[in-house]
Design a binder for this molecule. Sequence first.
Ligand code: 4H7
Length: 270
Amino acid sequence: MIKITILTLFPEMFVPLNESILKRAQEAGLVEINLVNFRDYAVSKHKNVDDIPYGGGAGMLLKPEPIFAAIRDLPQVSHHRKLILMSPQGHVFHQKKAEEWSTHQELVFMCGHYEGFDERIRELADEEVSLGDYVLTGGELAAMVMIDAVVRLIPGVLGEEVSAEEDSHSIGLLEYPQYTRPADFEGRKVPEVLLSGHHALIKRWRRKESLRRTFLRRPDLIKDLVFGLEDYSLLEELTLEHEEFARWRTKWQHLSPPPKRQRRSSNRNK
Ligand code: 4H7
């Protein structure tokens, strides 16, 4: 069971978390999601949570007091708690991070909205993460995306059929193309090999197409790939089909099979 606490001025934005798989996960007791409106911790009589920046400038900043008070008021249920701040200045979130977080007992997401944070709020965070290189009106949508990515990794959340371990991003490759019936849709045919029932060939075809997609669409992922022995011939085939792949050959050259042993090698070597 993972406990997720969200600090936000807009708790209504999190209604979508009560749908579908996330709803099932909560009902099954695999995850508990708590919303805390830190406006409830505002000190002034007008319940202000923001103020003008020292030094001048446009916009308002979230004041430290309400957020510090809200965090201090959280029940300390676990030592294995992680406080996360969503901001465009954080490290970019990725699948490995989701996997790591899914092993924690408690995650706290702090969401800013419209404005920035007073710098002293940052020290509350164990991690500052960004969803990607773009600006949002608040951290709420970023938090929801990250929560979705984490919750689906909790054992029991996805059905037995779908294992998160097989997810393309956890193995660093893009997914291979998939097809369902009909085998011929208005003349567009499903690749023959998939209809063959030949499991080893299907596995090989899928691996090859995953490699092809990754090279063509996400060359930035190639640097982290670790190829297996069985990839050598696939990569050589792909290099014949796309000459631009040849520039990566150093990544798999060491996997080349040893040259066939020659008879009378003593002769050849003179
Ligand atoms: C924290 C600090 C996350 C939160 C600053 C949040 C993009 C992401 C926010 C800001 C976010 C992401 C203040 C940045 C107002 C934009 C105009 C809320 N945007 N804001 N600025 N990529 N916005 O994860």
